[in-house]
Design a protein around this ligand. Structure first.
Ligand code: BV8
Ligand code: ZN
Length: 259
């Protein structure tokens, strides 16, 4: 209990807050984390081997099918109290490794996506942005789906995510580094802190004098970077933490998912 009170004090006093999230914040919405074993068609693969340019080149319909299945899944679930609590943190800069749109649907309109999004497909050849195919009728268990073709060069359309071995979007990485080095408090939620350069963000904040607060039911390599470790789930810890740090905001009640 002392920890959540200490964390709330740090947030209450803070001028500039950054919230840095990973797959764990979407787990309670029903979005599998990267650690969760893959199911169905993909059970014999691990996420890291599928999320690569090589995998797409070798097996475009397997990889495109996987991302269409994930996009369909995300479109059938909703932000949880963790996302809503973050959206209620008025001046917080939200930086995520997640490719889902649950932060935006909870009200965090300017979320910085370090690893792209499931909702911004583009041509793998000329980079032209592509339309999102409809996901209606997508079977829950997922299947191989041949990627659409680019209207400009007929190249294969790929998901707008950052694959292993690919550079992060420069603007997003710069915005994240700037916010982390300027903040008073960085709240890291639901990430194992193992994927770089994203995992550098909480470390950069700590090196720049900020207080790092970690929310995660499990220990991670960020335990030693954090001033306060809150061992619990995002949907349970964040609403309580926000209510303690900003009681007046809590009185207004969390934002409902914008219609
Ligand atoms: C690059 C998009 C070079 C796709 C993703 C330095 C050291 C070592 C390795 C490297 C290094 N620098 C670069 C590398 C290589 C590599 C890397 O980091 N490898 C790791 C595995 C060692 N990095 C790269 O390849 C990066 N690119 O380096 O390019 C370059 C540079 C210039 C020019 C050209 C090239 C690109 C990395 C991005 C890859 N794309 N995602 C997709 O989603 O399909 S990464 C993906 O995996 C996610 O975005 C996320 O980043 C990561 C998963 O981590 P988490 O989100 O933390 O999720 P995880 O499942 O691991 O953990 C969940 C946590 O939540 C757990 O701790 C759990 O306890 C907790 N939890 C569970 N339930 C809850 C909860 N917490 C709270 N509440 C709950 N309810
Ligand atoms: Zn093209």
């Amino acid at each position: 209990m002392a920890d959540v009170r200490e964390a709330a004090k740090l947030l209450e006093k803070a001028q500039r807050v950054v919230v840095f999230t990973g797959a764990g914040i979407s787990a309670e919405s029903g979005v599998p984390t990267f650690r969760d074993a893959l199911t169905g068609l993909w059970e014999r693969f691990d996420a890291q081997s599928l999320a690569t340019p090589q995998a797409f080149q070798d097996d475009p319909d397997l990889v495109w099918g996987w991302y269409e299945w994930r996009r369909h899944r995300v479109s059938t679930v909703h932000p949880n109290p963790g996302h809503l609590a973050v959206a209620a943190m008025k001046n917080a800069v939200v930086i995520t490794q997640n490719v889902d749109d649950l932060h935006e649907r909870a009200g965090s309109a300017d979320t910085v996506h370090l690893h792209g999004s499931l909702f911004m497909p583009r041509c793998s050849q000329c980079g032209e942005a592509a339309a999102l195919p409809s996901t209606t009728g997508e079977p829950d268990e997922g299947r191989r789906v041949w990627p659409p073709s680019c209207v400009r060069c007929a190249g294969l359309i790929r998901p707008g995510v950052v694959w292993f071995g690919e550079a992060l979007p420069e603007a997003a990485l710069e915005a994240a580094a700037r916010a982390a080095s300027d903040c008073d408090v960085l709240l890291t939620v639901g990430t194992s802190g193992m994927v770089y350069p994203a995992a550098e963000i909480p470390r950069l904040a700590a090196r720049s004098g900020a207080a790092v607060i970690q929310v995660n039911p499990q220990p991670t390599p960020l335990d030693s970077v954090a001033l306060v470790n809150l061992r619990g789930s995002a949907a349970q810890v964040l609403p309580d933490l926000a209510a303690r740090a900003w009681p007046d905001q809590a009185a207004e009640g969390p934002a409902a998912e914008p219609s």
